[in-house]
Design a binder for this molecule. Structure first.
Ligand code: CO
Ligand code: CO
Length: 302
């Protein structure tokens, strides 16, 4: 499976029962604390494996760092955060590569495994399926507020925890609930990633009032603390959105997410199974919409 379908990770079948699932992701620091940054970057890199229903097994560090510009202790803390998350995912770090670069960047190349008959793609949602999200939205806006010193310590801790949270249990929940299609919400925001799930095949209704939001995100959006990527996402994806109108959600649904939650489609008849497994595995879920035969290729805001 290649890159044509914009799926989250590449898949290579080894045998009837096993396929490799591979992905790579790295970026510049999203938070000041290097230890949190390492955890967030690693959780973000492994997320694409979980979005495809796979399990990460091995990881390699990708590091851009200048020891002349920054103390080595900083890099150690970033890597410590990364290793902690790799361990939590029960994967192993096999090595990595570093480049001397004035701008710090960190992330992972991750290899996981998946049953080739149970790969979860971003296409495949059926009319009537429920649309489920597993993390609140707003990390792009909150990170912008953080850079402007508008968040207190508790708020910073809350958003860091949210971004560093693995999507491992969320992935198990969707698999138990008989998922039809899934992706994770990252740089293209809720609307951009949702568009990848529907293509021109199907439509989807989104219940704006049911979308979970991080604390303070509405205030920050109202005050205009919006990341550049948000405007680009809105310009690019707005032709596919119906009933788009001004208001805080006008920004937030396009907000690029760092290490966002899983976004998936499950048949409505599996709702009780979905609720049961999310409770058992302690995964928060929000049902934020429903796929429909009407208005193919459109995201209908309600
Ligand atoms: Co992804
Ligand atoms: Co990715």
């Amino acid at each position: 499976m290649g890159i044509e379908g914009f799926d989250d990770a590449g898949v290579y079948k080894l045998s009837e029962g096993m396929a490799l699932v591979q992905t790579v992701d790295f970026f510049t620091p999203v938070v000041d604390d290097p230890y949190w940054f390492g955890q967030i970057a690693a959780a973000n890199a492994m997320s694409d494996i979980y979005a495809m229903g796979g399990v990460p097994k091995t990881a390699m560090n990708i590091v851009c760092f200048s020891p002349r510009k920054f103390p080595l202790e900083l890099l150690k803390e970033i890597l410590r955060g990364g290793i902690e998350k790799i361990k939590e995912a029960r994967a192993v770090l096999l090595g990595g590569h570093s480049v001397d670069d004035e701008e710090i960047k960190y992330g992972l190349a991750v290899t996981g495994i998946v049953d080739p008959n149970r790969i979860v793609k971003n296409e495949g949602a059926k009319p009537g399926d429920l649309l489920v999200l597993t993390k609140p939205l707003g990390t792009g806006i909150l990170n912008t507020g953080m850079k402007a010193d508008l968040l207190n310590e508790d708020e910073i801790l809350y958003v860091c925890r949210m971004m560093a949270e693995l999507n491992d249990r969320a992935s198990q929940v969707m698999l138990y609930a008989g998922v039809h299609a899934a992706t994770d919400v990252t740089g293209f925001g809720l609307i951009g990633h949702l568009k990848e799930m529907i293509k021109e095949e199907i439509g989807v209704e989104v219940y704006l009032k049911d979308i979970p939001l991080l604390p303070k995100v509405v205030d920050l959006a109202k005050s205009g603390f919006l990341p550049g990527g948000l405007y680009r996402n809105r310009d690019f994806f707005r032709p596919h959105v119906l009933n788009l109108s001004e208001g805080p959600l006008y920004d937030i649904i396009f907000d690029p997410q760092t290490s966002g939650g899983l976004l998936f489609a499950v048949p409505e008849k599996n709702l009780s199974m979905l609720e049961e497994h999310s409770k058992r595995l302690d995964v928060k879920i929000w049902i934020i919409g429903r796929f429909t035969r009407e208005k193919r290729g459109k995201i209908i805001l309600l």
